[in-house]
Design a protein around this ligand. Sequence first.
Ligand code: UD1
Length: 366
Amino acid sequence: MKIERVIISGGGTGGHIFPALAIANEIGKRNPDAKILFVGALGRMEMEKVPAAGYQIIGLPVMGFPRKPGLKMFTFFVRLIKSASMARKIVKDFKPQVAIGVGGYASGPLLRAASAKGIPTLIQEQNSYAGITNKLLSKKVNTICVAYDRMERYFPSDKITITGNPVRENLLQSKSNKKEALEFFGLTENDKVILVVGGSLGARSINNTVLNSVKEIGKSGVQLIWQTGAIYYDRIQKELENSKPENLQIHQFISRMDLAYSVAGVVISRAGAGTISELCLVGKPSVLVPSPNVAEDHQTKNAMALVEKDAALMIKDDEIEGRLIREAVQLINDEKKCKVLSEKIQKLAKPDATKDIVDEVEKILH
Ligand SMILES: CC(=O)N[C@H]1[C@@H](OP(=O)(O)OP(=O)(O)OC[C@H]2O[C@@H](n3ccc(=O)[nH]c3=O)[C@H](O)[C@@H]2O)O[C@H](CO)[C@@H](O)[C@@H]1O
C-alpha cells in the first residue's frame, strides 16, 4: 500500500533527528507524492535541521521532565497539556495514515494523539536502553523497531523487530569520495587524519582533553578535525587564538559527516547509538569515550557491544586526560591494528536498517 500522508515526530538531539530524516527520505523515494510532516519540540535542534533538509516541521512547547520538584514542574505540566491539545489538532488537520516516533519529547503527545484516533503507529528506539518516551508509548504503538538484542526488557516482545538504526544515505557512499573530502576540509593527502566528534551536541570532557593536548597534537604528524559542539565553540576558538597548531582544525558542527568519515583514519567519539551505527557502516577504527551523563549509562552499553567483539577501543570518560590523543595517534600509526578493527566493526553494520523500518511502516498501514 502506498504511503501518502505521514507524520514523523521526535528529536532533541541528532541521535533522534538523523534517523527520522533517513526514514523520511526512504518514504519519499518509494512514494514521491507522499506528504511528510515533522513534529518536534520548540527550541530544539530539529527546528533547524529538519527545514534545512527540506521538510516542514511544527514545534510543540514540550520540555523534559524536571529533575527536581519546583516551579518547573508546573511549567512542565502546562506545556504538556498545551502540546497534547496541539498534537490532537495536528493529527486532526493533517490526517496521517501512519505516525512514526523516533524518541525525544515531542513524539509522546503526537503518537498518543494518533493512536487515540486509531491511526497506526511505529516507534524506533536507537539505543540498547529504552528512552522514557518510547517506554511509555510502547503499550499503545503497533510496532517497535530496535537496534539491539534483549529489548523485551523494556517493550512488549510481540511488537519488537530488530532493524538496526537508520543512517543518512550519503554515508553509504563515503568510501568513494576521499578526494572530495580532502578538498572540502582543506587537508593534505600525505598526513593521516584523526576525526574527533562529541556527538551532535559536543562533549565537554573530550574538548578539554583536546585543548590540553594541543602541543602534543602539533608534534604528532597527523591532521586533526575536531568537532566541539555549538556551545563550546566560541570559548575554544578564543582560547586557541594564538596557539592553535596548523594541523588542528576546529568545527562547531560538521554538516558533511560523510566526508569527515571518508577522510578519517581513526575516529575518536562519544558512543551515541547513531554514531555507533555509522562507524560500523563506514568501518572506521574507533576510540570510544561513552558519556557518563546519560540515562542508565547506556553509552557504555552501546560501546561495549563493539568492544566485546574487539571491534573498537574504549576509554572511560574519567581516564581520557593524557591518554586519548596519545593512544589515538598510536592507533593510526599501527596499520595492522587499524585493519583488524576496521574489518571487525564493519561486520556489525546494518546497512538495510532504513529500508527495513519503512517495510514495517508499510505493513501497519490500513
Ligand atoms: C548526550 C546525549 O543525550 N546523547 C544521546 C544522543 O546522542 P547524539 O545526539 O550525540 O546522537 P548520536 O551519537 O546517536 O548521533 C549523532 C548524530 O549527529 C551526527 N553529527 C554529529 C556531529 C557533527 O558535527 N555532525 C553530525 O552530523 C552524527 O553523524 C550522528 O548521525 O542520542 C543518542 C541516540 O538516541 C544516544 O545514544 C546518546 O546517548
